[in-house]
Design a protein around this ligand. Sequence first.
Ligand code: SF4
Length: 282
Amino acid sequence: MTSLSIDDHDRGSAGLTYVYPVVSRRAGGVSVGINLNTNNACNWRCVYCQVPGLVWGDAPRCDLGLLERELRSFLHDLVHGDFLATRVPEGARAWKDIAISGNGEPTSCADFGAVIDLVSKVLDSMGQLGKIPIVLITNGSLVHREPVLTALGRLAQAGGRVWYKLDSATDAGAAALNSNRAGHERARKNLELCARACPTWLQTMVLAREGLEPSSAEQDAYLDLIVELVAKHVPVQGVLLYGPARPSHQPEAAHLSSLPEAWMKAYARAIEVRGLPVQLSL
Ligand code: SF4
């Protein structure tokens, strides 16, 4: 096997069905990913999505026995074997988290709650529960479903956290960027449910389309949302603000580009002055 490069998200790099390692800039070391969407299916279609062959739909049922075997075997190699020494660049040889993320929306898996419990059990058996965080990366669209919401409560008890994708605070923006037709109000309500159930960070992508930055109406709506969250004491931890670092696999790819560093820094500052900390990834 070859050495991993930073933010190489090749889900097949370990030759496993569900488990894949990433040397993550976000995590500052090795993030152990769990991909439940082995069918490349998502209930959104973001213009910047990096999943090749993305299709509409839900994740399939999870083979929990296989996931447990893969996770235990991979983590044993990571902690006791030569994985870090042989596959990970110097300076990143530390296990930072387990990320439930992948080629689609993980909470669309009917076994999502059982997966949270399984990952918690495996970490507990290694003496790592509460030390190695479990990070759920989600578009939040299914948080209002009772089994998902109760699983988020158990994720919080296991020392987990949520990265909640919210790129636009307008119906038009959510439809144009994410093909999310449920509307902003649903996203806003689900965000509050999520943040009250489990420590939650907003994860926000900003990009230029046809060379144009987001309209002033889009920017104002997003910044107004931050003001509202702070005023209503919705316990959002902060904003992970990032741009399109890797190429989109969607038809819009050629029309997307990164915004200038100065623009991103100014937008981050505009969020911060409204009361939420920002981690900016350029
Ligand atoms: S929510 Fe994630 S997996 Fe789904 S289309 Fe958007 S970027 Fe891709």
